[in-house]
Design a protein. Structure first.
Lengths: 169, 267
């Protein structure tokens, strides 16, 4: 059984489904806004670490903003390798989530719309939890968990860009 | 009373099958133990940290052919030496998980150490703490060939399609026609560091999970190992079939014997 899973999984290992540039192009209808950065320090660092269960690798995160919409390209390890995820957030909640690259041998089903569509319009509670339940996928528990964490992080960081002056633009 | 020859040969066959079943069972026991133990371990790789524990046994690393390359390329920046060992990158002797070789160059720029690798610029603090990993979406020019500092103190990248400068925050890039710059160049790697890095490279190359997985599938012995495990699986099937058959034979003969005894006891 393990062998079968591995053989199926390796077909999808190291797959890049969409380049970051294409994702931004799609998110902003061909005119990608100038990037900004948010520094992970103080409360922002603490809350980000709390959401992920570990510190984010890096002291600052880049984003692209256009009015009330921001786009983020974030990474989180599913089991052993990072999953690269593109997220678009607006003031109403999560607008779009796309798996840009999936390097794990298992759990690649999270890239399909039947799963990612659940995140559309989702927001954050006061405790930085998602305000709607997400149905998991058997055999993809860690990937599902990683995507939920990144959604929470993007929603939280978006709210910080709307509050803080310590970011650009 | 003598037994019918047909019954006699059947009893002989049964006895012979018993003996075969016993010996095959004994020889398969080693595989059962090995497959059960590795299977159990693989079911709990995460809690056993098998994916993040690396094998340090020299003979096993040799068996897998994990060898550091003979030639190491290093770049000096600030007080540190950045060295690529195959796909791994080290800051002195510390592995940098977020950077993948090959290295294009490393420079100290303002409060940052900037590491240029294939398609990425990685900003580190002077202490080596990761600040940001910038990829193509962040404007990093494609086909980086060199990284340097211009005579005006700006950070420059020489890439496949020209020379590019960035601002102090690494947010915007613009192409320029000509530039005078000091480019990052390779340095010698001290022999003592070479020895340390070669050992560290091997020690980061083989996760325990890989070995257990290969033991489970037999791949640790190559194709022959896979065939061996396949053969063991067929033996398990034969044991299961012969075991059930022997059990049913024994059960039916015991029933027959009991019925015979009951008939004899009847008045």
């Amino acid at each position: 059984m393990i062998l079968i899973l591995l053989q199926v999984g390796t077909t999808f290992a190291d797959d890049a489904y969409q380049s970051p540039e294409e994702f931004l192009h799609e998110a902003f209808k061909d005119i990608t806004p100038d990037p900004g950065v948010i520094w992970l320090k103080g409360d922002v660092k603490g809350t980000s670490s709390e959401i992920l269960g570990h510190p984010y690798p890096g002291l600052r995160i880049r984003y692209w903003g256009d009015g009330d919409r921001t786009a983020w390209i974030l990474e989180e390890i599913g089991k052993v390798k990072p999953i690269t995820v593109g997220l678009v957030v607006n003031d109403e909640g999560l607008e779009k989530i796309r798996i840009l690259a999936f390097r794990e041998s298992r759990g690649w089903e999270v890239r399909y719309p039947f799963f990612t569509d659940q995140f559309t319009g989702i927001g954050l509670t006061d405790n930085h939890e998602l305000d709607q339940a997400i149905d998991g996928i058997s055999g993809a528990t860690l990937s599902v968990r990683a995507l939920k964490k990144l959604s929470r992080l993007a929603l939280y960081l978006h709210s910080q860009t709307r509050l803080s002056n310590d970011t650009t633009p | 009373m003598t037994r019918h020859p047909k019954h006699k040969s059947r009893a002989k066959l049964l006895r012979s099958l018993y003996i075969w079943h016993r010996y095959i069972g004994l020889s398969a026991a080693l595989f059962v133990i090995m497959l059960s133990m590795t299977g159990l371990a693989l079911n709990h790789t995460e809690s056993l940290d098998m994916d993040s524990t690396y094998v340090q046994t020299e003979s096993l690393l040799d068996w897998y052919g994990i060898q550091a390359p003979d030639k190491l390329s290093s770049y000096a920046a600030d007080t540190a030496l950045f060295t690529a060992v195959s796909e791994q990158v080290f800051r002195n002797a510390e592995l940098l998980d977020d950077i993948t070789a090959p290295l294009v160059g490393v420079i100290a720029y303002q409060e940052f150490i900037v590491v240029a690798s294939l398609g990425h610029l990685t900003l580190l603090s002077r202490d080596g703490e990761l600040i940001e990993n910038i990829g193509s979406a962040g404007g990093v020019p494609a086909g980086m060939q060199a990284i340097g500092i211009t005579t005006d103190g700006a950070l420059a990248i020489r890439a496949a399609h020209g020379v590019y400068l960035t601002d102090e925050s690494f947010l915007e890039w613009h192409e320029i026609d000509t530039v005078e710059a000091t480019w990052s160049t390779q340095s010698d790697t001290p022999p003592e560091l070479v020895r340390v890095l070669r050992t560290a490279y091997r020690g980061n190359g083989l996760p325990l999970e890989r070995v257990v997985l290969d033991l489970h599938s037999g791949r640790i012995l190559g194709n022959a190992g896979v065939w061996l495990v396949d053969a063991a699986a067929i033996v398990f099937l034969l044991l299961a079939i012969s075991g059930v058959w022997l059990w049913s034979r024994r059960r039916s003969s015991a029933r027959a014997h009991r019925r015979k005894m009951e008939r004899q006891d009847e008045p």
